[in-house]
Design a protein around this ligand. Sequence first.
Ligand code: NIG
Ligand code: FE
Length: 417
Amino acid sequence: MIILIENANQLITLQGTKKKARIKEEMSNIQIIENGSVLISGDRIIATGTKASIRADYPELVSQAKIIDATGKVVMPGLVDAHTHLVFGGTRENEFQMRLNGATYMDIMNAGGGIHATTKKTREATFEHLYEKTYEHLNNFLKHGITTVESKSGYGLDWTTEEKQLQVAKKLQENHVVDVVSTFMGAHAVPAEYKNNPDAFVDIIINDMIPRVAEGNLAEFNDVFCEKGVFTPEQSRRILLAGKEHGLIPKIHADEIEPYEGAELAAEVGAISAEHLLVASDKGIRDMAEAGTVAVLLPGTAFFLKADSARGRLMIDEGVPVAISTDFNPGSSPTISLPFIMNLACMNMGMTMEEVLTATTINAAYAINRGHEIGSLEASKKADVLILDVENYQQLQYFYGMNHTHTVIKNGRVVVE
Ligand code: NIG
Ligand code: FE
């Protein structure tokens, strides 16, 4: 099938030749074409340009194309959500009420709630129930313009349930139009059974779970919640290096609640990304800039936990490549609205609207090792395209808390219209 999108008020391509996540002023260079066109054949982009140039250069293809008129609209790459805890049982609105009354996130977790509460529900849930529920979440992501979602396990904390979560993600990758990219996060919490001997649980992750994940080809990444009272930097280092030996790329939940040298550790082990980073140190930020570690920042989590956001402005100025994601999960960020999170990045982290677009497309794609495939509109990349019912890209953030998605094209097919 050949599709020609024409007459876009603004076509934001985020094109660029550099084969890495973007840093500093590169993050502002979003590449706007007025009266823009995107020519698509099969699941790939053939070309982008002005209406006149595409019609002149590809007369054959244009003559066969289904035309989508984007008059008055913005066209951009499908959004990429590089950090979610997608597959989970139950919900935790009761804890939201407790936090509104003054309890902290860690108090609730230490009292057996939080991740432990969701682990209980996820262990109890059937594969079919989790599959159907997650399918609905993906539909909702797609309606908001997100075409690729990273998915972390970590609500099993035993092999049977971790595997169940990973298999749900795998089946969804096969059956749902949204691309699901899998991360193993067995080290999300120390399960109650190992409360008095956390190192024994770390050993199980290293000696039992990681080899099985790799053998079954169940994930590409390996993530750890490195946090006081959860996993220490030393335990996190062991888990991440063990994963690396089995071909799992390290990611890390770092410096979310208390500073713990998580950013430093991410740089040290060659993690592709460090995530959260609310209280990352100056040195950690410099280390990440030097190592090229992508900072996946989650201002929705800061908002929902009533915490100060990560220092996104400083990170960009220091040369860290920044991505922005939802952290969708039932405790600290129960939203799939990446557009709302984008607004928070502007409001609470001092990022510009252009930087935020880069952070949710091409840089998010690099955070999940997909920068060569998605995240920008350029020849030979996947045809994942979003048409927004706004006159210019600034309106996407200015009219906040709304869904401006008009049309979504995924793998060259119209899937939302
Ligand atoms: O990224 N910080 C750890 N994990 C999640 C929250 C998970 C949960 O509360 O269920 C996060 O915020
Ligand atoms: Fe998270």
